[in-house]
Ligand binder design. Structure first.
Ligand code: F6R
Length: 365
């Protein structure tokens, strides 16, 4: 049931603190300052010998793969490649020995993701699934994997599966990091960061009223740009996809610095740009990207840290999000973007839970 929510999508957005608790339950080990997974079906020796990781999936799951790439490379220093499953299955890339392939999928039924895993498995590589639906085709076809435990996701637009996937990828990054160079202290700090996350998401959800105002203001836009850097670049892509699929507004996500290489030509008074810019290593750079857009007459909206009072002087609209370490920021900063697309879709009279032309699982290629 919808528990009093008007749409499944909204219910699932609000379920995210619990979904994250469920994804982490029993998987954080303070004794060893690492994560534990019951279903990888690989020996410690096999896991220790992993030299490369491929993350593959489609749509939103491909976006969480991009987040996972940044997390795993930063925390464990294992080189990661992200592939669209639909490309991986046909482009026949050379894959080195000791490569571990993860298929990321909410439904576990996506035809391209299944085929990409089967193709890499046929070549003799180990394949694991990061999957929500227990016993699904992809869960069965892989050598092992990690379930999200997010509960059923019914709204066609993926929300809690995305944040749960990012959370599982953060735990995998911790696990591989601790297997290599990461110290006990760093591992312990990451566990603390992860444990704080559900409460942080609860706090992030209180931006709803503010987001609704922004939705009212920009509901008639025909084009919207989403911009962010590092961990917030995949969030920009995800925010743009959410807006496209449920409100039918054209939107594009870009790394903020790519603007000057072309997309800035799109900027005009009717094209809002949403900057995902919580405090972090590239904050000043993104701020100057924002000033460039503003100087060309484009409305600018900031998704910013709650202590960033200066940003109000520059941005036309500001949505505040709570503090989080950089590697967990995508899980926090996607919350206002999910809510924004939800409210705009409702205001435009769109069928939020069943957008036109889309199906919940894409079992044909
Ligand atoms: C976006 C969305 C789709 C799915 C994609 C993959 O909101 O729902 O882009 O993310 O079809 O689906 P799964 O994760 O089930 O493999």
């Amino acid at each position: 049931s919808m528990n009093g929510y008007e749409h499944y999508m909204l219910k699932e957005i609000y379920e995210q603190p619990d979904a994250l608790r469920n994804a982490m339950r029993g998987r954080l080990n303070d004794q060893d300052a690492t994560a534990v997974f019951g279903g990888l079906n690989l020996t410690p020796q096999q896991l220790r010998s992993v030299e490369r990781i491929i993350l593959t999936g489609c749509g939103t799951s491909w976006h969480s793969a991009l987040v996972g790439e940044y997390m795993i490379e930063e925390l464990s220093r294992i080189p990661v490649t992200v592939e669209y499953a639909s490309e991986l299955r046909y482009r026949n890339p050379p894959i080195e020995n000791n490569t571990l392939v993860f298929g990321i999928t909410q439904s576990g039924e996506t035809a391209d993701t299944l085929a990409a895993l089967n193709e890499t498995k046929r070549k003799g590589h180990r394949t694991l699934a990061i999957c929500n639906v227990v016993g699904s085709s992809i869960a069965q076809a892989s050598d092992g994997g990690v379930y999200l435990h997010a509960g059923p996701e019914i709204g066609v637009a993926s929300t809690k599966a995305f944040t749960s996937q990012c959370c599982v990828l953060a735990m995998l990054a911790l696990y591989f990091g601790r297997m290599r160079h990461m110290s006990f202290e760093t591992g312990g700090r990451i566990i603390e960061d992860l444990r704080r996350l559900p409460a942080t998401i609860e706090q992030a959800l209180t931006c709803d009223a503010e987001v609704r105002k922004v939705a009212e203001k920009y509901q008639s836009a025909s084009n919207v740009l989403y911009l962010g850097r590092r961990y917030n670049f995949p969030t920009a892509l995800e925010g743009a996809l959410k807006l496209k699929e449920i409100s039918y507004i054209h939107a594009e996500g870009y790394p903020a610095a790519e603007m000057k290489h072309g997309p800035i030509a799109l900027v005009d008074a009717d094209t809002p740009s949403i900057f995902i810019m919580p405090r972090g290593t590239t904050y000043d750079k993104v701020l100057s990207n924002m000033e460039e857009v503003k100087a060309r007459g484009g409305p600018v909206i900031a998704i910013a840290s709650s202590d960033d009072t200066e940003i109000r002087k520059i941005a036309d609209d500001v949505i505040m999000i709570p503090e989080a370490p950089e590697f967990l920021q995508p899980i926090v900063s996607v919350i206002p973007l999910q809510l924004l697309s939800y409210h705009i879709a409702v205001l435009r009279g769109c069928d939020v839970d069943k957008p036109r032309n889309l199906a919940k699982s894409v079992t044909v290629e």
